[in-house]
Design a protein around this ligand. Structure first.
Ligand SMILES: [Fe+2]
Ligand SMILES: [Fe+2]
Length: 330
């Protein structure tokens, strides 16, 4: 496990005080999958404290907002003076610029496995499989009608739904683990990872398509219905619920393939990739929307595999906790 350390200096604040603080309280993080990436410098909140202490100097025990230099997600990041010593960690890239995403950190980033087989399909066998396939096909019809070939908007809206199942299933298994005093086999983490990954898809597509008010209202309604429907399905038949998601992901792979086709045909402008996507998937500099859609499609194919696999485990008479979960499967 690589541990990376180097001096870091913010543009603001006294460099002498900063050096002292860094020497006194350097915090290291395991780099894990990000080792070898272009991000090399990690340091604790001391640096931020050094600059803000001089600027605002709130007394220990007091609590109030501290004026913050423009940085972070859309310059909206705030900092609060903390008596509790839980000020956010600061991360700096090797070029000296600050890591600006507080919603994910360098160790959450990865390079998508684009070699995954996009054509895999689970042939429905049982009645539950067929019902799941039918349900997904039925959901696709109004989606096609509503969005037609507006793939940017379509992707954004579908990701608001796609991020629900992993969170629901992960929460159910989490609570079950607590109630029954038993391990989850890693499935809680794997499913929550999927939910987070789907939410990052949404954060990305938000940058290329802005929802209008009626689309936001639509999302609220769909989430209300889908959340409860999926929870009920998961409690009654987790095998069927995972199968539904497996088929949803197959459809997602298909939709993103169509998206790519329209980009290649020049029907959709191949705009530069959003900065959040470049960092999250470690895309090359100069990456475009096409690169983003490709990596998102690869993610969907991985979700397809995980959910069909989970359903198969149930169908084979096992509990998920008995089979090690594919944690970190991207
Ligand atoms: Fe997604
Ligand atoms: Fe997905």
């Amino acid at each position: 496990m690589a541990m990376v350390q180097s001096a870091a200096r913010r543009a603001t604040g006294s460099s002498a005080a900063l050096t002292l603080l860094l020497g006194a309280k350097m915090r290291l993080f395991p780099m894990g999958p990000v080792a070898g990436s272009r991000l090399v410098t990690i340091f604790s909140s001391c640096a931020r404290s050094a600059s803000t202490a001089a600027d605002a100097a709130p007394e220990a025990g007091s609590f109030g907002a501290v004026a913050q230099p423009a940085s972070g997600d859309n310059n909206k990041e705030k900092e609060a003076a903390s008596y509790w010593g839980v000020a956010p960690t600061r991360v700096v890239k090797e070029d000296g610029t600050e890591w600006k995403w507080s919603c994910f950190r360098p160790w959450d980033t990865y390079e998508a496995d684009l070699s995954i087989d996009l054509t895999k399909h689970h042939e429905p066998v049982t009645f539950g499989d067929k019902a799941a396939r039918w349900a997904v096909k039925a959901m696709r019809w109004p989606t096609d009608l509503f969005f037609q070939r507006r793939y940017g908007c379509r992707a954004m809206m579908l990701e608001t739904v796609a991020a629900v199942p992993g969170m629901v299933a992960g929460s159910v298994l989490h609570l079950r683990s607590l109630r029954r005093f038993e391990q989850s086999g890693g499935w809680v983490r794997a499913l929550l990872e999927e939910a987070e990954n789907e939410r990052m898809h949404l954060m990305t597509f938000m940058e290329v398509a802005r929802p209008r008010w009626h689309e936001r209202a639509f999302v609220v309604a769909v989430q209300g219905v889908f959340l409860h429907a999926y929870l009920a399905t998961y409690l009654v038949s987790p095998a069927a619920a995972h199968r539904v998601v497996g088929y949803l992901e197959e459809e997602a792979v298909h939709s993103y393939t169509e998206f790519l086709r329209d980009i290649d045909a020049g029907k959709i402008e191949d705009v530069p990739a959003p900065a959040i996507a470049v960092d999250y998937w470690r895309l090359r500099p100069g990456a475009t929307l096409r690169d983003v859609v490709e990596v998102v499609r690869a993610d969907e194919a991985h979700h397809r595999d995980v959910n069909h696999y989970a359903s198969d485990i149930h169908r084979q008479g096992h509990a998920l906790r008995d089979v090690a979960a594919p944690i970190g499967y991207h």
